[in-house]
Design a protein around this ligand. Structure first.
Ligand code: PLP
Length: 381
């Protein structure tokens, strides 16, 4: 018998696991499942990025790099962030194997047992797990009554936060809602963060995937530069999920703490992957535009298709997810939808918002159309 650490026992296995297990079992039986549960773009990594990775590997970029990352990549990241209005240099940047690791290092650097972490629900599943692993206590603000927008929820947020709040997590564009928060909403966050001396994680991993709106970087707002950890990554923008590349940008004193966790755990992100990352940052405008346009068309198509079935979807202006309203027992709805209609989605309760199901539209128009038809045919919508 093992005597497991409290911190791992505090964390539940991912609620999406039940769905992917069901999907896997059905597929093993030869059933054609439309899988809208996955959070990854359905496009190949742009060819020039693949080649940059291959060239870097072939030319010997195969050893460890300096722990915080290859200097040219850190500089390219800092330049990108300065373009977003963030006052930073490469000294503020740690390159990580995925945005997830950057988030993990941030939680571990800031949260002690009992420290309060505020999440805006529905929130991406891993924030809760990371907060709990670090010993944090969760305080959640529900955006569902406000069509997942933050601005109308600012009064609720103001009531939730206090001088006891250590960390607030903001994710715009949002997984799972696709919501992009307005400048007024972000300024409201800034005012509360300054008033109560709160550190804010701004997870901007979907920042390149927006439709007709320009997302604002929280750290670019007056008063936020020295209290924001900006998280980003290459997975979603450049369809590079399996390459594992991301970063954090934070005040130097935080960087030096996170750098200890980084060097004693992952050592560094993969060397040739970091070189491919430079190409991704510098030469992918066309590929990113193509993916963005495709996502936008699918979103619009899906919203229309659901409207035809009287399903009113709160439409977000970014990412490639939407939350559709379903039965109160969303877990049962999702299990039924996969068993009967062979359409895989994720229950909203996994994100803290029961009564919804998350649909990822990182799938072809044909498959999305098929999914809506099947859901309608089996009376799920
Ligand atoms: N943040 C959000 C909101 C996400 O949805 C994801 C991936 O699903 C990540 C961070 C982490 O992505 P990665 O570790 O692939 O960079």
């Amino acid at each position: 018998d093992f005597d497991f650490a409290d911190r791992v026992e505090r964390v539940e296995p991912s609620a999406t696991l039940a769905i992917s297990n069901l999907a896997g079992e059905l597929e093993a039986d030869g059933v054609d499942v439309v899988d809208l549960s996955v959070g990854e773009p359905d496009f190949p990594t742009p060819q020039n990025v693949v080649e940059a990775g291959q060239d870097a590997m072939a030319s010997g970029h195969t050893g460890y790099t300096s722990s915080n990352g290859v200097p040219e990549l850190r500089e390219a990241i800092a330049e990108k962030l300065r373009g977003d209005g963030i006052d930073c240099t490469s000294d503020n940047v740690i390159v990580t194997p995925g945005g997830k690791q950057a988030l993990f290092e941030t939680f571990q650097s800031l949260i002690d047992d009992g420290d309060e972490v505020v999440l805006l629900d529905p929130a991406w599943v891993s924030y809760e797990a990371m907060a709990k692993l670090a010993g944090g206590s969760l305080n959640r603000v529900d955006l569902a009554p406000y069509d997942f927008q933050l601005e109308p929820a600012l009064d609720d947020l103001s009531e939730a936060v206090s001088d006891e709040t250590e960390l607030l997590v903001v994710n715009s564009p949002s997984n799972p809602t696709g919501a992009v928060y307005s400048d007024d909403a972000l300024e409201g966050v800034r005012d509360l963060a300054v008033e109560h001396d709160i550190t804010v994680i701004s997870d901007e991993i979907y920042e390149q995937i927006t439709y007709g709106v320009e997302p604002t970087s929280l750290a670019s707002l007056d008063g936020m530069g020295d209290r924001t950890v900006t998280i980003n990554g290459f997975s979603k923008a450049y369809s590079m999920t399996g390459w594992r590349l991301g970063y954090l940008c934070a005040p130097e004193e935080l960087v030096s703490q996170a750098a200890k966790l980084h060097s004693h755990s992952v050592s560094c992100a993969v060397n040739f992957v970091q070189h491919a990352g430079i190409e991704a940052l510098e030469n992918t405008d066309e590929a990113v535009t193509e993916m963005r346009d495709a996502f936008r068309e699918r979103r619009d198509m899906l919203v229309d298709l659901f409207a035809d079935h009287d399903v009113d979807v709160p439409v977000g202006d970014g990412a490639f997810y939407m939350m559709i309203p379903v039965d109160d027992d969303d877990q049962a709805w999702c299990e039924g939808a996969i068993e009967d209609a062979h359409v895989a989605t994720v229950p909203g309760s996994a994100f803290g918002s029961p009564g919804y199901a998350r649909i990822s539209y990182a799938a072809s128009e044909e498959r999305l159309r098929e999914a809506v038809e099947r859901l309608a045919e089996h009376d799920y919508i």
